[in-house]
Design a protein around this ligand. Structure first.
Ligand code: 13P
Ligand code: SF4
Length: 320
Protein backbone atom coordinates (compact mmCIF):
# COMPACT_ATOMS: atom_id res chain seq x y z
CA UNK A 1 0.00 0.00 0.00
CA UNK A 2 1.43 3.42 -0.88
CA UNK A 3 2.13 5.96 1.86
CA UNK A 4 -0.54 8.30 0.43
CA UNK A 5 -3.25 5.61 0.62
CA UNK A 6 -2.14 4.71 4.13
CA UNK A 7 -2.22 8.37 5.20
CA UNK A 8 -5.74 8.74 3.75
CA UNK A 9 -6.85 5.63 5.63
CA UNK A 10 -5.40 6.93 8.89
CA UNK A 11 -7.19 10.27 8.39
CA UNK A 12 -10.47 8.49 7.63
CA UNK A 13 -10.12 6.42 10.81
CA UNK A 14 -9.29 9.57 12.77
CA UNK A 15 -12.41 11.38 11.49
CA UNK A 16 -14.67 8.37 12.08
CA UNK A 17 -13.30 7.87 15.57
CA UNK A 18 -14.39 11.44 16.44
CA UNK A 19 -17.72 11.25 14.58
CA UNK A 20 -18.73 8.01 16.31
CA UNK A 21 -17.25 8.91 19.71
CA UNK A 22 -15.21 5.70 19.60
CA UNK A 23 -12.17 4.31 21.35
CA UNK A 24 -9.83 1.93 19.51
CA UNK A 25 -8.36 -0.82 21.69
CA UNK A 26 -5.66 -3.14 20.36
CA UNK A 27 -3.86 -6.23 21.58
CA UNK A 28 -0.06 -6.43 21.31
CA UNK A 29 -0.42 -9.11 18.60
CA UNK A 30 -2.08 -6.74 16.13
CA UNK A 31 -0.38 -5.49 12.97
CA UNK A 32 2.02 -2.62 13.75
CA UNK A 33 -0.13 0.02 11.99
CA UNK A 34 -3.15 -0.95 14.11
CA UNK A 35 -1.08 -0.79 17.32
CA UNK A 36 0.20 2.62 16.25
CA UNK A 37 -3.24 4.09 15.59
CA UNK A 38 -4.95 2.61 18.68
CA UNK A 39 -5.91 4.72 21.70
CA UNK A 40 -4.77 1.93 23.99
CA UNK A 41 -2.64 -1.20 23.48
CA UNK A 42 -2.50 -3.89 26.15
CA UNK A 43 -2.75 -7.49 27.25
CA UNK A 44 -6.08 -9.25 27.81
CA UNK A 45 -6.42 -8.05 31.39
CA UNK A 46 -5.55 -4.41 30.76
CA UNK A 47 -7.80 -4.35 27.69
CA UNK A 48 -10.72 -5.74 29.74
CA UNK A 49 -10.23 -3.07 32.40
CA UNK A 50 -10.02 -0.36 29.75
CA UNK A 51 -13.15 -1.62 27.99
CA UNK A 52 -15.07 -1.85 31.28
CA UNK A 53 -14.27 1.72 32.29
CA UNK A 54 -14.34 3.56 28.97
CA UNK A 55 -16.97 6.23 28.46
CA UNK A 56 -17.03 6.43 24.66
CA UNK A 57 -20.17 5.20 22.85
CA UNK A 58 -18.28 2.76 20.64
CA UNK A 59 -15.47 0.32 21.45
CA UNK A 60 -13.52 -0.88 18.41
CA UNK A 61 -11.76 -4.01 19.61
CA UNK A 62 -8.74 -4.90 17.49
CA UNK A 63 -8.00 -8.34 18.82
CA UNK A 64 -9.89 -11.61 18.64
CA UNK A 65 -13.59 -12.27 19.25
CA UNK A 66 -13.37 -13.55 22.83
CA UNK A 67 -11.68 -10.24 23.77
CA UNK A 68 -14.46 -8.19 22.17
CA UNK A 69 -17.05 -10.41 23.87
CA UNK A 70 -15.39 -9.74 27.24
CA UNK A 71 -15.61 -6.00 26.54
CA UNK A 72 -19.35 -6.35 25.80
CA UNK A 73 -19.94 -8.49 28.90
CA UNK A 74 -18.32 -5.79 31.06
CA UNK A 75 -19.73 -2.71 29.34
CA UNK A 76 -23.01 -3.82 27.68
CA UNK A 77 -24.43 -0.37 26.93
CA UNK A 78 -21.56 0.35 24.52
CA UNK A 79 -21.52 -0.71 20.89
CA UNK A 80 -18.61 -3.15 20.61
CA UNK A 81 -17.34 -3.83 17.10
CA UNK A 82 -14.35 -5.77 15.81
CA UNK A 83 -12.71 -5.56 12.39
CA UNK A 84 -13.21 -9.27 11.57
CA UNK A 85 -15.85 -11.37 13.32
CA UNK A 86 -14.10 -14.59 12.23
CA UNK A 87 -11.05 -13.76 14.39
CA UNK A 88 -11.35 -16.68 16.79
CA UNK A 89 -8.70 -18.51 18.86
CA UNK A 90 -7.57 -22.14 18.83
CA UNK A 91 -8.28 -22.33 22.57
CA UNK A 92 -11.90 -21.27 22.04
CA UNK A 93 -12.30 -23.58 19.05
CA UNK A 94 -10.73 -26.53 20.91
CA UNK A 95 -13.24 -26.56 23.74
CA UNK A 96 -16.79 -27.22 22.51
CA UNK A 97 -19.16 -26.11 25.32
CA UNK A 98 -21.37 -29.25 25.22
CA UNK A 99 -18.36 -31.59 25.48
CA UNK A 100 -16.92 -29.49 28.28
CA UNK A 101 -20.25 -29.54 30.13
CA UNK A 102 -20.41 -33.35 30.01
CA UNK A 103 -16.84 -33.55 31.36
CA UNK A 104 -17.51 -30.95 34.03
CA UNK A 105 -20.59 -32.87 35.20
CA UNK A 106 -18.36 -35.87 35.97
CA UNK A 107 -16.46 -33.67 38.48
CA UNK A 108 -19.18 -31.68 40.27
CA UNK A 109 -17.02 -31.08 43.35
CA UNK A 110 -14.36 -29.15 41.36
CA UNK A 111 -14.01 -25.37 41.17
CA UNK A 112 -13.84 -24.38 37.49
CA UNK A 113 -11.19 -21.84 36.50
CA UNK A 114 -11.38 -20.76 32.88
CA UNK A 115 -8.80 -18.85 30.91
CA UNK A 116 -10.33 -15.72 29.41
CA UNK A 117 -9.47 -17.22 25.98
CA UNK A 118 -12.77 -19.10 25.99
CA UNK A 119 -16.29 -18.99 24.61
CA UNK A 120 -19.18 -17.21 26.31
CA UNK A 121 -20.75 -20.59 27.08
CA UNK A 122 -17.58 -21.90 28.74
CA UNK A 123 -17.35 -18.74 30.86
CA UNK A 124 -21.00 -19.21 31.85
CA UNK A 125 -20.10 -22.65 33.31
CA UNK A 126 -17.12 -21.33 35.29
CA UNK A 127 -16.47 -20.10 38.81
CA UNK A 128 -13.50 -17.91 37.97
CA UNK A 129 -11.94 -16.50 34.84
CA UNK A 130 -8.28 -15.63 34.71
CA UNK A 131 -5.82 -14.14 32.26
CA UNK A 132 -2.16 -14.99 31.96
CA UNK A 133 -1.43 -11.89 34.09
CA UNK A 134 -3.40 -12.98 37.13
CA UNK A 135 -3.76 -16.78 36.78
CA UNK A 136 -1.36 -17.62 39.64
CA UNK A 137 -3.18 -15.17 41.94
CA UNK A 138 -6.58 -16.65 41.07
CA UNK A 139 -5.45 -20.25 41.69
CA UNK A 140 -3.82 -19.23 44.99
CA UNK A 141 -7.09 -17.58 46.10
CA UNK A 142 -8.94 -20.92 45.92
CA UNK A 143 -8.93 -22.73 49.28
CA UNK A 144 -6.36 -25.55 49.38
CA UNK A 145 -9.02 -28.21 50.06
CA UNK A 146 -10.90 -27.44 46.84
CA UNK A 147 -10.26 -29.47 43.71
CA UNK A 148 -9.72 -27.50 40.51
CA UNK A 149 -10.60 -27.93 36.84
CA UNK A 150 -8.60 -25.65 34.56
CA UNK A 151 -9.67 -25.04 30.95
CA UNK A 152 -9.03 -24.75 28.08
CA UNK A 153 -5.20 -24.38 27.89
CA UNK A 154 -3.27 -27.46 29.03
CA UNK A 155 0.09 -25.64 28.84
CA UNK A 156 -0.97 -22.70 30.99
CA UNK A 157 -2.68 -25.21 33.30
CA UNK A 158 0.47 -27.33 33.66
CA UNK A 159 2.51 -24.19 34.34
CA UNK A 160 0.02 -23.10 37.04
CA UNK A 161 0.05 -26.56 38.64
CA UNK A 162 3.84 -26.41 38.80
CA UNK A 163 4.05 -22.87 40.20
CA UNK A 164 1.23 -23.19 42.75
CA UNK A 165 1.73 -26.87 43.63
CA UNK A 166 -2.00 -27.47 43.13
CA UNK A 167 -3.33 -30.59 41.48
CA UNK A 168 -5.62 -29.74 38.59
CA UNK A 169 -7.70 -31.50 36.01
CA UNK A 170 -6.70 -29.95 32.70
CA UNK A 171 -8.74 -29.61 29.53
CA UNK A 172 -6.40 -30.64 26.69
CA UNK A 173 -6.55 -27.48 24.57
CA UNK A 174 -3.58 -25.46 23.32
CA UNK A 175 -2.61 -22.31 21.49
CA UNK A 176 -1.71 -23.04 17.87
CA UNK A 177 0.96 -20.31 18.00
CA UNK A 178 2.67 -20.95 21.33
CA UNK A 179 2.74 -24.73 21.01
CA UNK A 180 4.92 -24.70 17.89
CA UNK A 181 8.08 -23.03 19.16
CA UNK A 182 11.03 -25.36 18.63
CA UNK A 183 13.05 -26.46 21.65
CA UNK A 184 15.92 -27.49 19.33
CA UNK A 185 16.10 -24.05 17.69
CA UNK A 186 15.83 -22.32 21.07
CA UNK A 187 18.80 -24.31 22.41
CA UNK A 188 20.80 -23.31 19.29
CA UNK A 189 19.79 -19.64 19.66
CA UNK A 190 20.83 -19.65 23.32
CA UNK A 191 24.23 -20.98 22.25
CA UNK A 192 24.57 -18.23 19.63
CA UNK A 193 23.41 -15.45 21.98
CA UNK A 194 24.73 -16.37 25.38
CA UNK A 195 24.10 -12.84 26.69
CA UNK A 196 20.36 -13.02 25.88
CA UNK A 197 17.53 -13.78 28.29
CA UNK A 198 14.60 -15.98 27.21
CA UNK A 199 11.15 -14.44 27.79
CA UNK A 200 8.18 -16.76 27.20
CA UNK A 201 4.40 -16.71 27.45
CA UNK A 202 2.91 -19.44 29.70
CA UNK A 203 0.91 -20.82 26.74
CA UNK A 204 4.24 -22.29 25.50
CA UNK A 205 4.99 -25.96 26.05
CA UNK A 206 6.83 -27.07 29.17
CA UNK A 207 10.06 -27.75 27.21
CA UNK A 208 10.21 -24.07 26.17
CA UNK A 209 9.21 -22.75 29.60
CA UNK A 210 11.96 -24.86 31.18
CA UNK A 211 14.51 -22.83 29.16
CA UNK A 212 12.96 -19.44 30.00
CA UNK A 213 14.44 -16.84 32.33
CA UNK A 214 11.05 -15.14 32.66
CA UNK A 215 7.53 -16.48 32.07
CA UNK A 216 4.66 -14.01 31.88
CA UNK A 217 1.76 -12.45 30.04
CA UNK A 218 2.41 -10.18 27.07
CA UNK A 219 2.33 -7.13 29.38
CA UNK A 220 4.59 -8.96 31.85
CA UNK A 221 7.13 -9.76 29.13
CA UNK A 222 7.08 -6.13 27.97
CA UNK A 223 7.59 -4.81 31.52
CA UNK A 224 10.42 -7.25 32.14
CA UNK A 225 12.22 -6.22 28.93
CA UNK A 226 11.75 -2.52 29.70
CA UNK A 227 13.03 -2.75 33.25
CA UNK A 228 15.79 -5.35 32.78
CA UNK A 229 19.43 -4.33 32.70
CA UNK A 230 19.89 -6.88 29.91
CA UNK A 231 19.69 -5.64 26.33
CA UNK A 232 19.09 -8.83 24.32
CA UNK A 233 16.09 -11.15 24.55
CA UNK A 234 14.84 -14.31 22.83
CA UNK A 235 11.08 -13.98 22.55
CA UNK A 236 8.67 -16.90 22.99
CA UNK A 237 5.41 -15.28 22.07
CA UNK A 238 3.57 -14.09 18.97
CA UNK A 239 5.93 -12.29 16.57
CA UNK A 240 3.96 -9.01 16.36
CA UNK A 241 4.70 -8.42 20.03
CA UNK A 242 8.21 -7.39 18.99
CA UNK A 243 6.81 -4.16 17.52
CA UNK A 244 5.48 -3.15 20.95
CA UNK A 245 8.75 -4.19 22.60
CA UNK A 246 10.90 -2.15 20.20
CA UNK A 247 8.69 0.87 20.86
CA UNK A 248 8.72 0.53 24.64
CA UNK A 249 12.34 -0.57 25.04
CA UNK A 250 14.22 1.24 22.26
CA UNK A 251 17.82 0.23 21.73
CA UNK A 252 17.26 -3.32 23.00
CA UNK A 253 17.37 -6.37 20.75
CA UNK A 254 14.48 -8.83 20.44
CA UNK A 255 14.97 -12.11 18.58
CA UNK A 256 11.89 -14.26 17.88
CA UNK A 257 12.23 -17.96 18.75
CA UNK A 258 11.70 -20.01 15.55
CA UNK A 259 9.19 -22.79 14.99
CA UNK A 260 10.31 -26.25 13.89
CA UNK A 261 10.44 -25.06 10.25
CA UNK A 262 13.08 -22.55 11.33
CA UNK A 263 10.77 -19.65 10.52
CA UNK A 264 10.89 -16.78 13.02
CA UNK A 265 7.49 -15.53 11.89
CA UNK A 266 5.13 -17.17 14.36
CA UNK A 267 2.01 -15.04 13.93
CA UNK A 268 -1.52 -15.74 15.15
CA UNK A 269 -3.68 -16.22 12.03
CA UNK A 270 -6.74 -15.06 13.96
CA UNK A 271 -5.15 -11.81 15.12
CA UNK A 272 -3.79 -11.29 11.58
CA UNK A 273 -7.32 -11.23 10.10
CA UNK A 274 -7.67 -7.62 11.22
CA UNK A 275 -6.25 -4.85 9.07
CA UNK A 276 -6.58 -1.09 8.67
CA UNK A 277 -9.25 -1.30 5.96
CA UNK A 278 -11.43 -3.58 8.11
CA UNK A 279 -10.83 -1.28 11.08
CA UNK A 280 -12.05 1.68 9.01
CA UNK A 281 -15.06 -0.29 7.76
CA UNK A 282 -16.23 -1.50 11.18
CA UNK A 283 -15.93 2.01 12.58
CA UNK A 284 -17.90 3.45 9.64
CA UNK A 285 -20.63 0.79 9.54
CA UNK A 286 -20.63 -0.19 13.25
CA UNK A 287 -20.63 -3.82 12.19
CA UNK A 288 -19.76 -6.62 12.91
CA UNK A 289 -20.99 -5.86 16.43
CA UNK A 290 -20.98 -8.18 19.43
CA UNK A 291 -24.51 -9.04 20.58
CA UNK A 292 -24.98 -11.32 23.58
CA UNK A 293 -28.29 -12.65 24.86
CA UNK A 294 -28.74 -11.02 28.30
CA UNK A 295 -29.08 -14.13 30.47
CA UNK A 296 -25.92 -15.60 28.88
CA UNK A 297 -24.09 -12.30 29.40
CA UNK A 298 -25.05 -12.23 33.08
CA UNK A 299 -23.87 -15.83 33.59
CA UNK A 300 -20.60 -15.15 31.77
CA UNK A 301 -20.11 -11.98 33.83
CA UNK A 302 -20.02 -13.87 37.16
CA UNK A 303 -16.58 -15.56 36.77
CA UNK A 304 -15.14 -12.33 35.34
CA UNK A 305 -16.41 -10.39 38.36
CA UNK A 306 -14.99 -13.11 40.64
CA UNK A 307 -11.62 -12.66 38.88
CA UNK A 308 -11.59 -8.89 39.34
CA UNK A 309 -12.60 -9.18 43.00
CA UNK A 310 -9.53 -11.40 43.59
CA UNK A 311 -7.04 -9.39 41.57
CA UNK A 312 -8.30 -5.79 42.01
CA UNK A 313 -10.57 -6.09 45.06
CA UNK A 314 -13.37 -4.60 42.95
CA UNK A 315 -15.00 -4.84 39.52
CA UNK A 316 -14.07 -2.06 37.05
CA UNK A 317 -17.05 -0.08 35.68
CA UNK A 318 -17.69 3.04 33.61
CA UNK A 319 -19.95 4.27 36.40
CA UNK A 320 -23.18 4.61 34.38
P1 13P B 1 -2.15 -11.98 27.13
O1 13P B 1 -3.28 -11.90 28.10
O2 13P B 1 -0.86 -12.31 27.78
O3 13P B 1 -2.10 -10.73 26.32
O4 13P B 1 -2.40 -13.21 26.16
C1 13P B 1 -3.45 -13.29 25.26
C2 13P B 1 -3.26 -14.31 24.24
O5 13P B 1 -4.12 -14.58 23.46
C3 13P B 1 -1.98 -14.98 24.21
O6 13P B 1 -1.92 -15.83 23.14
FE1 SF4 C 1 -5.60 -17.70 20.70
FE2 SF4 C 1 -3.05 -18.39 20.52
FE3 SF4 C 1 -4.04 -16.54 18.86
FE4 SF4 C 1 -3.67 -15.99 21.49
S1 SF4 C 1 -2.11 -16.43 19.97
S2 SF4 C 1 -5.48 -15.51 20.25
S3 SF4 C 1 -4.18 -17.98 22.40
S4 SF4 C 1 -4.64 -18.71 18.94
Amino acid sequence: MTTAIRDDLELEIEDLRKEKNAIVLAHYYQHADIQDIADFVGDSLALSRKAATCEQDVIVFCGVRFMAETAKILNPSRTVVLPDYEASCSLVDGCPPAVFQAWREKHPDHVVVTYINSSLELKSMSDYCCTSSNAVQIIEAIPADKKIIFAPDKNLGAYLAKVTGREMLLWQGSCMVHEIFSEKHLVQLKEQHQDALVLAHPECEETILALADFVGSTAGILKFARESEHTKFLIGTEARMIHAMEKEAPGKEFIPIPTSTGCACNECPHMMRNNMEKLRDCLRDLTPAIEIEESLRLRALLPIEAMFKVCDGDVPTSGD
